[in-house]
Design a protein. Structure first.
Lengths: 291, 310
């Protein structure tokens, strides 16, 4: 009950402080820009592909690849927006209330401190989920309408994106129970950066012509520290269309976001456990905090 | 529930808090009975606010225990019957006054119908009924304090903590707080008043604790307060130097000035004894008035001197 009250309050705060409208407005602006750009570029490519491959079987496959490439590029940008929103909206969720002393009148009410954490988490989780579905759904819809192509395993892909947002948010809330808003923001972005670079190191190191076990290990450790990048990578893999390119290639096209090895589905379980552990740590840390 | 009605409102046992090397509260032991208005006095930095925060579960004690209404300090359920106005009464500025009270009413677990009834009542009580739909961010310090006070009264508390409730208020606001405290006392509510405005404490409190360097230096009852030396003034008719001599057995510093004799006594029990003795001496007794020490004098005497602790 108290958790729901805090969650509702969190939502109310985002709405009242125009954070919600700002996020939605800029998200829509981004989608509009993406839609326009994709429309003209795709139209241009379609005409030249038709000229080069008139009547050939490869024509559709090529257009599918182009559509997918654009889709993934759109998703890549959306991913950054989501990372920003997930971290920036939650980085001061607890620390801001502590530094402004507004927490004092709340914590002294008849509720558990863990309910405050859980309520804040829930309120922000709903907003982040909505934001992710709005942006990725928008990108997918735009690509579908203009090119007729849609990604594979849509629900799983979206679920992975949402999970990535929740992972980042949880870490950011945990940090806020101990650190100032600024220090917490710096810390969470640093860890995110670490996981991001780690992910690429692992990708490149696992290529057949590189094949460095040590680098793969380092990369995967970074992915354990914060599984955001691994989730994003798995989403890219599952959503990429399987296209047959002649006889020597089957499976996802080896493009920008899907070269290297595909993270296994165990990352989902890992991320779920990760979120629970981070939240429990946040409960304990906040419980012991002098306010 | 029966337990919470009979238990003292507040009990602390050797409550300690250390921040690194600095000892903020050094073994605070006190007991506040239900229905009392209890003043908590001390110089700045004496550990008053830290002590209050420990009682309310905002700060973890390094050692010791505190109980509110018979329940352990960290039992969140006990806070259903507790109201608190923090010293830093900062609230979410984007909320309107009525929304602010509604949110806090929800946190008290009050049903919607009760909140709808209680909130306008409280806004009226603190004189903010015209400002119910204004954002808190536009409020003056005094208005913030009023809305904070309303927040502390939402749940009809049995125990009310007020941390410097009048610091931002003008004389009218102070009177309002005084009236609210009196009304709460009439309702049987225990009020724990942390304030450095001695005149406020003097007119509202039943008992006061003087805190210095994180410890209770002295607890004084403000109704029968004769603490240490109290000056007594007698108006006598037909007394002699022997009368003056004889009065010395009840106190010291006896001085005569016309028909007026002043002296210092140490205990309240001396007053009837003096009256009996004077009458037995065949001296006319027109008046016997203990001059109550002002709280300020007492404060300076207790906290201002070193070595009083012992």
């Amino acid at each position: 009950m108290n958790t729901i009250a805090i969650a509702r309050f969190t939502f109310q705060e985002a709405r009242r402080r125009r954070l919600l409208w700002l996020g939605i407005g800029l998200g829509l602006a981004f989608l509009a820009l993406f839609g326009l750009g994709f429309y003209f570029v795709f139209d241009d490519i379609r005409r030249s592909v038709i000229m080069d491959f008139v009547g050939s079987d490869e024509q559709e496959a090529m257009l599918g690849l182009v559509a997918n490439l654009f889709l993934m590029m759109g998703m890549f940008v959306v991913n950054f927006l989501v990372v920003l929103v997930a971290i920036l909206t939650t980085v001061g969720a607890i620390s801001g209330e502590i530094s402004s002393h507004t927490i004092q009148a709340i914590v002294t009410k008849p509720l558990r401190r863990s309910e405050i954490i859980l309520g804040k988490w829930l309120g922000h989780a709903l907003m982040v989920t909505f934001y992710i579905i709005m942006l990725t759904g928008g990108i997918i819809l735009i690509v579908k309408v203009i090119s007729g192509h849609s990604p594979n395993h849509l629900a799983e892909g979206l679920g992975l994106y949402v999970l990535e947002g929740l992972v980042l948010m949880s870490v950011s809330i945990l940090g806020g129970t101990r650190l100032s808003t600024m220090a917490n923001g710096v810390l969470v972005f640093m860890i995110y950066g670490l996981a991001f670079v780690g992910g690429w190191v692992e990708q490149i190191a696992s290529l057949p012509f590189v094949n460095s076990d040590t680098a793969v290990t380092i990369g995967s450790l970074a992915g354990k520290l914060l599984p955001s990048e691994v989730l994003w990578r798995r989403a890219s893999h599952v959503m990429a269309p399987s296209i047959s390119l002649g006889t020597d290639f089957e499976g996802p096209p080896p493009f920008l976001f899907t070269f290297g090895r595909e993270p296994s589905s165990s990352v989902v379980l890992y991320a779920l456990v990760y979120i629970v552990v981070i939240l429990v740590l946040a409960f304990v840390s906040f419980q012991r905090r002098d306010l | 529930m029966a337990e919470s009605l009979s238990a003292p409102a507040i009990v602390t046992e050797n409550l300690r808090k250390r921040f690194g090397k600095k000892v903020a509260v050094a073994g605070l032991t006190l007991s506040v009975e239900q229905g009392e208005v209890f003043g908590f006095l001390g110089p700045n930095g004496a550990g008053k606010t830290t002590a209050v925060k420990m009682m309310l579960g905002l700060v973890r004690p390094t050692a010791g225990e505190a109980r509110l209404l018979g329940a352990a300090r960290n039992d969140w359920r006990a806070r259903r019957k507790v109201g608190f106005l923090p010293e830093h009464f900062r609230f979410h500025e984007w909320l309107r006054a009525d929304e602010f009270l509604d949110v806090h009413g929800q946190l008290y677990g009050m049903p919607s119908a009760e909140r709808k009834k209680r909130i306008p009542e409280l806004l009226k009580l603190v004189g903010l009924e015209q400002d119910a739909r204004r954002r808190i961010g536009q409020f003056s310090k005094g208005m913030l304090q009023r809305v904070g006070l309303a927040q502390a009264l939402l749940n009809r508390p049995q125990l009310l903590f007020l941390d410097e409730p009048t610091s931002g208020l003008d004389p009218l606001g102070r009177r309002l707080v005084r009236d609210i405290i009196r009304r709460q006392r009439d309702l049987g509510v225990t009020v724990f008043l942390n304030s450095h405005l001695l005149s406020e404490v003097e007119v509202t409190c039943d008992r006061v604790a003087f805190i210095d360097e994180g410890q209770v230096v002295q607890i004084a009852d403000l109704h029968t307060m004769i603490s240490g030396d109290t000056e007594v003034e007698l108006r006598l008719g037909g007394f002699t130097s022997e009368t003056i001599e004889g009065l010395n057995q009840f106190g010291h510093g006896v001085r005569a000035d016309g028909d007026r004799v002043t002296m210092f006594v140490e205990e309240a029990e001396q007053l009837p004894a003096i009256a009996r003795w004077v009458v037995a001496q065949d001296v006319a007794l027109y008046a016997l008035t203990p001059r109550r020490l002002s709280l300020e004098e007492l404060f300076v005497r207790i906290v201002g001197k070193e070595g009083v602790v012992a």
